[in-house]
Design a protein around this ligand. Structure first.
Ligand code: HEC
Length: 130
């Protein structure tokens, strides 16, 4: 009995620590991501030279919101952004993959982790034109 009573505060302490750590990690992810203020500038500076209406490699046009949603994956035939589902969205897949033969920007340095996170959360939050 006495042993159990001593264990409880220790357990509670560990749980509190875990939840605090959990919160800190969650707080690192951006929230309320804006297409026009966050996403469009990333695509403009890193992608549009190869993915515009004039130069749409792989049939992908990233210069506008409507361009994104008229672009289709060559493999699956799905849109490149599935709102709410970043893990199955080609747009997030190609910037986060370790496969250098597929990773975008093709032949360039990978997007900063912060920018990858912004794109992830934007899709997760529904990929709206905000
Ligand atoms: C240097 C040129 C270049 C840059 C910069 C570039 N891409 Fe690409 N991208 C390509 C080419 C070429 C293809 C077609 C690849 C193929 O045929 O396999 C492609 C294909 C794609 C596809 C479709 C892949 C598929 O399987 O259908 C997506 C999505 C994509 N790029 C997203 C991006 C994003 C997002 C960025 C910016 C972070 C970017 N690209 C930057 C050249 C580029």
């Amino acid at each position: 009995m006495r042993k159990k009573c001593r264990l409880m505060p220790a357990l509670l302490g560990a749980l509190t620590l875990l939840s605090v750590l959990g919160c800190t990690e969650a707080d690192d992810k951006p929230v309320n991501v804006s297409y026009s203020e966050d996403i469009h500038p990333i695509l403009l500076s890193r992608c549009v030279m190869c993915h515009s209406s004039e130069n749409n490699n792989g049939g992908v046009n990233l210069e506008s919101y409507s361009g994104i949603f008229s672009s289709i994956s060559m493999d699956s035939g799905d849109g490149i952004v599935l709102p709410g589902d970043p893990h199955n969205s080609l747009l997030y897949d190609v910037i986060s993959t370790d496969d250098l033969s597929r990773r975008m920007p093709l032949g360039g340095s990978e997007l900063k982790q912060d920018d990858q996170d912004l794109i992830y959360v934007w899709i997760q939050e529904g990929a709206v034109e905000n």
